[in-house]
Design a protein around this ligand. Sequence first.
Ligand code: F6R
Length: 614
Amino acid sequence: MCGIVGYTGPQSAVTPLIEGLRRLEYRGYDSAGIALGTPNTLFVEKRAGKLANLEEALGSASPEVHSGIGHTRWATHGGPTDRNAHPHLDNEGKLAVIHNGIIENYSQLKVELESKGHTFESDTDTESVAHLLSDLRKKHHGDLSAAMREAVQSLRGSFTLLAVHADDPETIVGVRRNSPLVVGLGVGENFMASDVAAFIQYTKRAVELGQDEVVTITPSSISITDLYGAEVAPREYEITWDAAAAQKGGFTHFMLKEIFEQPKAVADTLIGRLSDNNQILLDELHMNPDEIRALKKIVVIACGTAYHAGMIAKYAIEKWAKISVEVEIASEYRYRDPIVDSSTLVIAISQSGETMDTLMALRHAKASGARVLAVCNTNSSTIPRESDAVLYTHAGPEIAVASTKALLTQIIAVYLIGMHLAQVRGELSDQEVAHLYSQALELPGKIESILETVEPIRELTRKFAKSETVLFLGRNIGYPVALEGALKLKELAYMHAEGFAGGELKHGPIALIDSEIGTPVIAILPAGHEHGLDEKMLSNIQEVKARGARVIVIAEEGAMVVGAEHVIRIPIAPPIFQPILATVPLQVFAYEMAVARGNDVDQPRNLAKSVTVE
Ligand code: F6R
């Protein structure tokens, strides 16, 4: 939610700022703006809409100055207009602020500041910080860092803030609370941003910031303090992926590139996890065998697509490790009185590691005495930092707003957790685990083969592009796949799409089938014949077909399918691994549908990649 970038150094600042914003646009794209540190005053330009509007407004007119801050917005307080776009200024036009998050006590601050003579120009919560900082900077004799330290003590909510003042334009001050901010260390130049993607082309040296730490950068220095001015030693780390990973690499969209990166992402997350003596290697869990044997319950907390990975975790962990697993939507979990204690392991799944709903649920679980394990794709982000242990997925940077490769790697991560717990608890023998692991190792090649034959899916989308509703059916571990197929279609194609458990159909949803329009139904046929689930799904297919549905079936090679208008074949795999394969054609379907309907694939309307507000 909102992307933030700051630059100070020898370059003409507008270049790294605009490039940085382009790479952060996935975080929000309702408006964009920059403030450049021109001496005595600030040069500010901001525009509603995508970054391109700001670039057009800037033309070649931006001044050649060497520091500044930039913002790309996902609107919370105040509509997406020029006026509400960041940066926001104090009344002298000399101090500029950009913000990601929500200042919860902004209305109270506004009343206080107005009573002191400040006038407000926008409807945002952010502007109150610009006025507050302006007063405090005067109180601290021009020291913007000291002003920021004092300001933050009176702010409630979640925020990353960057500020610059025209009297000292080379200095940029930032702070974070429950929102991301990283520093990039260059040679004679320094950066700040919501995400390393913003400055990866200039430096791979980054510094992570803790909660309520205030950071001040100039071209040649960086200083970090807590809110009371005590120095904090910089925690430097090396960024392990390169700039090319954040480029489209010849694909028309990031989403398509990321779909095609899935074989590698799955392999990278999976490989090297089995020892020579057939033990699953998951030292990251930081749990000894006694602790694993003492586990009574697992609770998975996550949102959106990551929640679907959590649902798959339930099937795998309960089947293999025989531990009861509850899966909770993080935003709901937080406001309940969950029954957890030290024998509960809470698994927080998050691609970004910054999702506020998941973070708050994690804190709630920790406060209730649970041990928390993060499954995360983003190094040093808040969720892993606040967890007791972290298992990183290796999807690489996911830029498209719709999650694809991150999901598949999350599923792999929970399979590994399930195998490890089962092995330590003696529920699976070493041979069984080794066999499962070797079957999992075949998945990247199988995904590859699905991706080689996506043309029929393209044709299919052309046929159904004008439909307004698509229903998805799954059973057992195919049920979360159906939910994921529907979610992808909603967010990308803006179509009404719903996923159902096949058995639930007759309890209500079947009324949605309209014989006049031939409602499209996509059914995921369960793999194998366990519990006769494949036959039950074939019956569901007949039921919807008899009521006029047009049925598309995702089925493994060789499986008998009756009643389908189209069959999309996927390679044979053990039923528990089927979600890894069955999800892929659904991603391609949603992608192609969005393209066919002329939608913005990488930046679907109203969304943002990293949801850092509740
Ligand atoms: C859907 C999607 C979202 C995210 C959700 C959680 O394609 O991307 O539903 O899965 O916002 O995000 P993370 O995994 O970053 O916590």
